[in-house]
Design a protein around this ligand. Sequence first.
Ligand code: RIB
Length: 296
Amino acid sequence: MGSANLDLVVEVPRVPLVGETVLGSDLARIPGGKGANQAVAAARLGRSVAMIGRVGDDEGGRILRDALETDGVDTSHLATTPDVPNGVALIAVGADGDNSIVVSPGANGRLSVADVEAASDVLGAAAVTLVQLEVPVDAVAAAARLAGGIVVLNPAPAPSSPLPAKLLEAVDVIVPNQTELALLAGHHGPVDVATAAELATRLPVPTAVVTLGALGALAVSEGNVTHVEAPEVTPVDTTAAGDSFCGALADALVRGDSIVEAVRWAVRVGAVTTLRPGAQPSLPTAVEVTALLGRS
Ligand code: RIB
């Protein structure tokens, strides 16, 4: 459950500083949005996926719906919102593959608790429910409450206010990056790997998986901390690497992998995602992961 954005992407020599203008490439329009990316990521890895969300009543909305359906995602609970534009993400991708993103939520911001309750059959039957924070937090909390299986929360974008206890109580696995972890844990200052491990043990959820970019990820569960290193790659575009990580984590949890095994798979899928430009076009199949990185 989550957002579906039309990504408006420009490649730039480097991401501009505040107040600076840089010239970039021709504009590319690419299907994205954290919710839709995670849905497509899991579908490309072979899972049966349904998407709960809202698209706009415009070309962007049609592009996003088509993209999901092309990857076999069930869109029965993807509503079209009259007179509201689709969510849009303005993305600058630097030569080092890193990016800067501004999101206009559009229809994503209209996703309601009633929409989620109308999808309670799908949520009740799902082995894993993936949620993020690009849609209203009440809707996220409703999805977590109605989910019958494992609930995975990717708290992205980083929340500007504390997450409701009723949401966190329903979450089984939380997947923040270092910035999101610092905000969730009320920590000021840099978060290195050791600090991330310490902060993650303090989160009020049974399992935390902290993504560390090129350094891999931490699996933190029942007081045990495991650092899983990422394969070495030269990134072209890191957009949606975190989303493919979450989709792969869900894929592995459905398979019955332990959390550490699931993180081992997710760092490989995330790494391969950085090798192609764009959000959804960069999401790999399992065969592509093995072809590019070999067997683990
Ligand atoms: O996580 C990447 C995504 O963030 C992009 O596809 C963009 O739409 C924003 O939601």
